[in-house]
Design a protein around this ligand. Sequence first.
Ligand code: FES
Ligand SMILES: [Fe+2]
Length: 329
Amino acid sequence: MLETPESRDKDVNICFESYPQSWYPICLSKSLTHSKVLVQKAFGRDWILFRDKSSNVGMLSRHCSHMGTDLVSAKIVNGALQCPLHHWLYDTQGQCNYSQGNRFERGFSSYLHTRERYGVIFAFWGKEPLFELPNFNNLAKPLTSNPSILVCDMPLIMMGINGYDTVHFDTIHHRPLQESPKIYSDEKYHLAINYNAIVKPVSFYDKLILIADKKTLTIQLDCWGGNYFLVNNVGTDFYAMAAGLPVDSKKTHIYIIGAVPESQSFLKRIILDKIKTYFSGLLAVDFLKPDMKVLNNIAPDFNHPFIRNDAVLNSFINYWKHLPALRGN
Ligand code: FES
Ligand SMILES: [Fe+2]
């Protein structure tokens, strides 16, 4: 079918106003206790989070499905969320039993499926998870750093565009590519980019790499669902995860975690692994900070020939457009 200006505009709206059905980081595990509800903004709307007695996390619409009472002042009673107005009790799947006169009815609220990993609570944007929360490749037992959160005024899609913007590898990260990157996909929700970059003595991390006598670095970046990225600095012990949450169509929170493999020797496990894990988190954040400076308030035009003619960028944009997505508010 011929591409018309109208269909191009429709494509562009898809980039900003819909979010792929994927796993999104919502908040830090430690910020959600058993005794209090938490309000979080995600996908342009407000959500209520709470824990049941088994520590499962519920993520429900902020307003009660009965008469719309704000659940920010809800109580947690026996692990269920109690609406302050007529005391309906919701479980973590948004289900509730209630009595109406002498009848028993069943109510429900919109909810998202949740998972908890690496000290972060994730939720699947969609009715049912279309794929499981991905693990680090080649790491049976990853040791992970404390999560960090970077806040950026940019649409979520820019996170992926940045990962596939080969020009900025040199201008921002001072790592020019040796040759064109390899791009491939194992399945619908996955897109990988693999490239060899020349290391220059500019960033702290790259100076360390040069001290270790590595003049080039192979990077493997696996994207899942358009927003969840796993990074492997091939040949080193340093891995990272970066996952974006669209707070709304213009603001994105990026959750970052560094990871290292667990050592075989007991002595290394109790001393060296802790230091390496800590540094993996620092290095991952350090690598992304220069990106955040220039991506703030970015206003890309996806119809511009410079973007439309960049084959690598377009591989990401096309992948994104074919992901099943839902509109936010
Ligand atoms: S408004 Fe929540 S139970 Fe009635
Ligand atoms: Fe970058």
